[in-house]
Design a protein around this ligand. Structure first.
Ligand code: ADP
Length: 270
């Protein structure tokens, strides 16, 4: 090759290499920035309940002579403590889902079991809110992954659907298989979500209506966990919503083949 051509080629290669290195540095910086934001947001979110616990403990101490007051403060203390426990456990789950670690479990999981345990986890809430959770759709479907992570994701969707629905309404949990994808759908007839908020609500700590979310005891992490759980399983979350009409969240996961045993049982029954 002609010397000039060689030089030109060499420059092209080295500038491409430089670009690659640069891209790698930007990516690492982005991840590092995300980690810093996470720590900053988390510390900020923890401050409120930690402050409340401190104040309430002091209040109990100074009200020691008044048993009625003590009871009131103690019950508020216990509510704040359980909120703190929920917040820390969600922070831990989310940080685990965001890390590059492997999922702890990768086995065949029954979608029926995911939905049943998610509905069970919300039975107290649905009773006290007067909202019915109605299951429907296909049975006997399977996906691969971590059963606990997946049922927590579905449970978060059901919890939101209940929290943002009026008393007396019902929440539908449906399952269907579309070619190679299993869809788990949670539908409510609640307050709905403004279009401007529909992308943002999947961000950590984002709430469409902070005052209302606080009243419903939200952490602002539920949907972020749902999104990461779906993505870790090779899936995604979709949202349809109309303000005042309600919302439908759909977790889409790659379908897995039915395990041998249950296929055999089914064909024997026929
Ligand atoms: P939170 O713990 O505040 O519910 P999430 O991450 O689960 O946090 O949800 C983020 C925000 O998305 C909520 O604060 C609420 O504004 C909105 N949202 C989530 N689910 C629903 C729903 N089913 N109907 C209406 N708004 C919802």
């Amino acid at each position: 090759a002609e010397p000039r051509l060689v030089v030109a080629r060499a420059t092209r290669i080295s500038s491409r290499l430089a670009l690659l290195v640069l891209r790698d540095i930007t990516e690492r910086e982005r991840v590092e920035q995300m980690r810093r934001d996470f720590v900053a947001n988390t510390s900020h979110e923890l401050k409120t309940p930690v402050g409340a616990v401190t104040l309430l403990s002091e209040a109990i101490e100074s009200a020691a002579d008044d048993p009625d007051q003590v009871r009131v403060f103690a019950s508020r203390l216990s509510a704040e403590a359980s909120r703190l426990a929920q917040l820390t456990s969600r922070i831990m789950n989310l940080s685990r889902l965001q890390s590059t670690d492997e999922l702890t479990e990768d086995r065949l999981v029954s979608v029926d079991e995911i939905v049943a345990s998610a509905a069970d986890a919300n039975s107290l809430q649905s009773d006290s809110a007067g909202v019915d959770v109605v299951r429907g759709g296909e049975r006997g479907l399977f996906v691969r992954g971590d059963a606990q992570v997946l049922s927590e994701a579905v449970s978060n969707l059901i919890a939101n659907a209940i929290a943002y629905s009026p008393e007396g309404s019902s929440v539908g949990v449906g399952v269907r298989k579309d070619d190679t994808v299993v869809e788990i759908t949670v539908t409510d007839r609640g307050i709905g979500i403004d279009e401007a908020d529909q992308d943002r609500i999947f961000e950590r700590f984002y709430r469409a209506d902070p005052a209302r979310a606080r009243r419903t005891g939200g952490t602002g992490l539920g949907l972020s966990i749902v999104k990461h759980a779906a993505q870790r399983h090779g899936g995604e979350v979709r949202l349809w919503s109309r303000p005042g009409r309600g919302s439908t969240f759909t977790i889409r996961l790659p379908a897995a083949d039915m395990p041998e045993a249950s296929t055999a049982k089914k064909s024997r029954k026929k």
